[in-house]
Design a protein around this ligand. Sequence first.
Ligand code: XIL
Length: 384
Amino acid sequence: MKILTTIFCFHLILSLACCGNPKASDKEASCSLKEALGDRFHIGAALNINQIRGYDTASLKIVQDQFSSIVAENCMKSMYLQPEEGRFFFDDADKFVAFGEQNDMLIIGHTLIWHSQAPSWFFTDDRGNDISPEILKERMKNHIYTVVGRYKGRIHGWDVVNEAILDNGEWRKSKFYEILGEEFIPLAFQYAHEADPDAELYYNDYNEWIGEKRDAIVDLVKTLKEKGLRVDGVGMQGHIGVNNPSTDEYRSAIDAYAAAGVKVMITEFDMSVLPSPRRDFGANIADTEQFRAEMNPYPDVLPDSVAMRWHEKMVAYFTLFLDQSDKISRVTMWGVTDRDSWKNDFPMRGRTDYPLLFDRKYQPKPIVRDIMDAAATRESTPGK
Ligand code: XIL
């Protein structure tokens, strides 16, 4: 505890000194992540419903002060935007976009076509049978046109398709795939581009560092490009653990996507300290497990040794992102503080995890200062 407290106090003093010193004008004096990282990549945060509806003002203050980009953690997924066919619900999404505009942020739309958190009506008829490919195309088109069209010119980029490829490189056998085959992916990109020709369009996935999956995503990007479709980037979700994957595995994937001619974004970054059911467990939200106490080792406090390991791995990751900032346009954290992280409930409900940059008391962890310092001292390779 003592070591961390000392580091934290040191960082706190440093930040206060920087923020309070009107003469400090260079990057060493950066008082926020967005200021420090500004010429490298956007630094984003996912907003939950309490933030979007304005209830969690402490988190919102952090978002306004520290982050330059936002994405909605849930409220723009199809089950929320179109709970019944033709009945759209935009109240939360409208608030989310308005918040981004008021704060001059890069606004990201998440996500148009995804097998999870999609309403069941999307794939079935009145009798519960699978619909025809033609009807599914119509529903996809209508959903994408309505949603993307509503925010035309206001949302910078869309996660058009989420998680269509399995870790072994095969297509995920989702309802979209079962009914339409792999054609559902180019169609989604085509519809999104038709609905807002200026919006950036991304393919987003988890475990995107695994070789077979990485190669399949690269092939997908090439296929989309060969078809003449717009695809601007690959989103690497980045739900990782303190032990896995290695930064080298990540670096190879970043290089591979960049070599395919697209921007790379780290779109849902968090680093769990908790034991994982397996090394490459991933982030398919249907893969849940029963709570087991031995899988929840830090219910009250994170031991210093683990906090230090997390800190060092986080430093290594942000150092990698800074080194690769000619390829990376955005790093988005999947949440603001540990208290709200989805990792407390995935893949097991009711655990206590510590995966984000701000702690349960809304305080910056020492990593925040270290990221700012790393940005100030490393040579700039602007990537935006
Ligand atoms: C998660 C949210 O964080 C949770 O609140 C929700 O219950 C399930 O979805 N990959 C994605 C995100 O693309 O949309 C998921 O978000 C996490 C995995």
